[in-house]
Design a protein around this ligand. Structure first.
Ligand SMILES: C[S@@+](CC[C@H](N)C(=O)[O-])C[C@H]1O[C@@H](n2cnc3c(N)ncnc32)[C@H](O)[C@@H]1O
Length: 498
């Protein structure tokens, strides 16, 4: 019978297996995908792959991707996975280290899948990201001939939101941490130097607290969120447990954090312990209220710079019409409206549309919003098409016919007085990109499109559609939102002369 909610007594452990902070030249890698090592070889690393692994060739000529190895380095590798066209390996030793190799800032580097570029100097990480975007565009036949600007903040203590897994292992020990690279295995972490200080300070007490619970198996994960005013712990609680509920409440009171619980297995509901908090993200004069579950950019400083960059790129005469696609809670819509644009925001989540509308009214800004599935080409085309008749001059005020619902969902018919001669369109999709949106933008090009991307490969794919439709790249920036990881945000301003 399953022992859900019951704990075995923990066994004694010899200690955490995390690597000690090593000298820069000593490789800190071990395979996180634990196939048997099937061979060892001496190689020279030729370049970095887009995911941050070193690329080399074996004596046989086969390509090998080497974890945590840097261009120019020579060393002995152990292959831990054979694939048909390439192998995957880790470093056993480095005989010649790169001058760009540096000491990782985290004791869990090499085990935790969270940050896998910590062995590379931060300036070199940023150069690599710029190179990645150029290469991906080149593969699509696009030459980037504008300078790639850099938006960057602190290289540690930057992350204001994180989701930590909780697991009770076979020995009854409670693990709290992140997944290992390419694996579902949870790496038990003691600290995480990329979290903002108020969240870092919660990790040790959280671990102690989890040990005191009677049913830690009822917890799926814990989300930590910090705003300028408050820190919040949101527990994904699969089943209620009264003893543990009281423990959590004591924990929240002791550490001065807001406590929320997503309760239930299939369709969890959010419960607050105490009055629902007023959670706010501030962008200059604009205040954006949000709730757990809403999209929130993880790096507040880099997000501030991204919003400032989009606002600067789209600055123009007041009264411009801007369509903000994949708008979330209004991260770009509200600041653009604050500089005088009429903004229509479109987002797929009904809850976020509702929040966006509330944010617009609370800030007294000219933003309308609606819920649309932007993967549907027809729906996007309807958003972009001109009425062609009345009010066709740019600057006319958009009017949407509502279906009477609280979030203004599209009812399938547009009010003919809504002029959709958009001056600019902002596109900020999830990692899968914006294929349908770009197809529609190719057919009905507005003068300016700003594409904000969290996946350079789908960005390059979508950019190819736009460039083939006559857009030119006017500005480009890489935003180092996720320092020490191979992830990046990219902003591109496309212009079309019509
Ligand atoms: C990367 S977030 C950007 C949110 C916002 N622009 C910001 O900066 O905070 C992508 C957003 O796209 C929304 N989204 C995902 N798939 C969608 C779809 N098919 N149609 C409309 N919106 C979608 C998500 O809910 C999320 O809010």
């Amino acid at each position: 019978m399953a022992m859900l909610g019951k704990r075995r007594p923990p066994r004694q452990h010899s200690g955490h297996s995390g690597l000690a902070r090593s000298a820069p030249a000593v490789p800190a890698s071990k395979p996180s995908v634990l196939d048997e090592a099937v061979g060892a070889d001496s190689v020279t690393i030729e370049r970095l792959a887009h995911d941050g692994r070193g690329v080399a060739h074996l004596a046989s000529g086969k390509t090998v991707f080497v974890d945590h190895a840097l261009p120019g380095e020579q060393g002995v590798i152990a292959v831990h996975r054979n694939r048909k066209r390439y192998d995957e390996a880790h470093l056993k030793s480095v005989t010649h280290a790169s001058t760009q190799r540096t000491t990782p800032i985290c004791e869990h580097f090499g085990h935790c899948g969270g940050c896998d570029l910590q062995h590379l100097a931060v300036t070199a990480q940023r150069d690599h990201k710029r190179q990645v975007i150029k290469e991906l565009f080149a593969r699509q036949g696009i030459t980037v001939d504008v300078p790639i600007e850099l938006l960057a903040g602190e290289s540690d203590a930057y992350r204001r939101r994180a989701r930590l897994g909780v697991k009770v292992d076979g020995d009854g020990r409670v693990l709290l941490g992140f997944r290992a690279r390419h694996s579902h295995r949870l790496v038990d972490i003691k600290g995480c130097p990329v979290l903002v200080p108020p969240l870092q300070a919660l990790l040790a007490p959280l671990r102690e607290h989890l040990e005191r619970l009677q049913a830690p198996r009822y917890i799926g994960h814990i989300e930590l969120i910090a705003t300028a005013e408050t820190s919040m712990v949101v527990v994904r609680q699969l089943r209620e447990h009264l003893h543990d509920k009281a423990c959590w409440e004591r924990f929240a009171a002791e550490h001065g954090v807001v406590l929320g619980t997503w309760l239930g297995r299939e369709t969890p509901e959010l419960h607050w312990h105490g009055a629902p908090p007023h959670l706010v993200d501030r962008l200059g004069e604009v205040a954006l209220s949000f709730q757990p579950g809403d999209f929130l950019q993880v790096n507040a400083e880099v997000n501030r710079q991204m919003v400032a960059t989009v606002s600067e790129w789209l600055a123009g005469e007041p009264g411009q019409c801007v369509l903000d696609l994949f708008a979330g809670i209004g991260n770009f819509s509200l600041p653009l409206a604050a500089q005088g644009a009429h903004v229509h925001a479109v987002e797929g989540s009904a809850a976020m549309v509702e929040r966006l509308q509330a944010n617009a009214s609370a800030n007294r800004l000219d933003v309308s919003a609606e819920q649309v599935d932007l993967s549907q080409l027809q729906a996007v085309e309807a958003l972009l098409c001109h009425s062609g008749e009345a009010n066709s001059a740019p600057g006319a005020r958009p009017v949407v016919e509502r279906d009477g619902g609280s979030h203004g969902a599209w009812n399938g018919s547009w009010n003919s007085s809504w002029n959709r001669a958009w001056n600019s369109v902002v596109v900020d999709p999830p990692r899968s990109g914006a294929e349908s949106v770009c197809r529609a933008l190719s057919r009905r090009p507005p003068p300016r499109v700003v594409y904000v991307s969290c996946d350079p490969a789908t960005l390059a794919r979508d950019a190819a559609q736009l460039v083939h439709a006559g857009y030119r790249i006017a500005r480009m920036a890489v935003a180092d939102m996720f320092v020490h990881t191979a992830h990046m945000e990219t902003l591109v301003l496309f212009e079309h002369s019509g």
